[in-house]
Design a protein around this ligand. Sequence first.
Ligand SMILES: Cc1cc2nc3c(=O)[nH]c(=O)nc-3n(C[C@H](O)[C@H](O)[C@H](O)COP(=O)(O)OP(=O)(O)OC[C@H]3O[C@@H](n4cnc5c(N)ncnc54)[C@H](O)[C@@H]3O)c2cc1C
Length: 395
Amino acid sequence: MYDVIVVGARCAGAPAAMLLARAGYDVLLLEKARFPRDIMSSHYIHQPGIALLDRWGLLNRLRATDAPPIDRVVYHVGDDIKLEGCSLPVDGHSSAYAPRRFVLDPILVEGAVAAGVELREGCQVTDLLFEDDRVVGVRFRTSNGGESVERARLVVGADGMRSSVARLVNAKVLVEDAPRTCTYYSYWDGLDAGFELYDKPSRWVGVIPTNGGRTLVMAYFPQSEFDAVRRAAAPAFHQNVRTTAPELYERMSEAEQAERLYGTGEQLNFLRQASGRGWALVGDAAHHKDSIAARGIMDAFIQAHLLTDRIGEDLHDESRLNKALRRYARDLDKRFMDFYQSTLSVADLRVPESKLRMFRAISGDQELVDRYFATLSGAIDVKDFYNAQLLAKLE
Ligand SMILES: Cc1cc2nc3c(=O)[nH]c(=O)nc-3n(C[C@H](O)[C@H](O)[C@H](O)COP(=O)(O)OP(=O)(O)OC[C@H]3O[C@@H](n4cnc5c(N)ncnc54)[C@H](O)[C@@H]3O)c2cc1C
């Protein structure tokens, strides 16, 4: 009998398992994949996520890789607006990082194992054990093809957007919106580029330096174009970058594409009920949104932290645990609803006139530009961004 079984060992599951083990609990972490293994995702981590990695003692491991610190954003909107700056720091961290997932995820898993978590890779959870409507354990396929069960006071589903745990507990979908975008990306060697964003009607391009001297170039299209785009992904990708960011496209012609094109139209937007009796969800299992805002990794970290914090020392007292889990789910909805809505509005790939007016007003005012980037990173709230100084400019 474990205190906690965590299903899924990436950005949400590995930190949740690590923090629960550090809180003194006996934790089993089950993962169907074997690490290191890549996953469909770009990998920009905003400053609040970096601050959490530091707090957990894992940032030095990340810095020891060759992922470059990113402390400057260049954001082009249409043909005439260019904002350059950096998010305000969070706990002294002004740099973001974008480590490849086959670099980041093993660091997180090693952090969990060092905290005393028992990790079993190659184990796929196929069912949950229930007693009186309460989840009390899991059934899973083992790495040698057999079947096994383990019991725990709490089962945490950190098993991604298509979470089996969410399906098996019948977690309600609380909020759901139609997919807005689809995206394709690849990596270039020898591309002279920093962190760059290009925003034009129905198009968006992101450029992110990462490990191995490689640079990710990512193109977004409206979801309505997905069928056409996927039939001819490479020409569509090139056409998007050429028209959205012509000067970047010229630089790309001097560089070499180093990997195949990756892409997805599964940009689901939802919030699920995040806890019940004997179970909780973290990361994409609880809350998924369009990848355009690059917030999923950081939000998974925040949720892992929130869950552990809410449980505190209450795991062994059933009524206190139930209360803690309800509080976790409530706090998660409150905390992520605004970001969810603002992500949807970016994913509409249409900058409203009021926002264009705001961009023109802050352009050239470094303090306001940095504060705007701080709203994207989550370092400050949007309502705090619209301060007296900005409102005066907008009059
Ligand atoms: C195209 C794209 C670009 C993105 N770019 C960014 C970005 O730049 N920055 C950012 O912050 N976020 C980005 N995201 C989002 C980010 O990838 C996710 O939010 C993040 O991976 C969520 O982590 P997770 O641990 O919740 O889920 P996942 O990373 O999906 O991990 C779930 C794990 O659970 C395991 N699992 C699943 N089912 C079972 C089972 N039954 N038994 C055992 N194990 C199981 C899986 O093998 C997997 O390892 C992007 C996403 C996409 C699709």
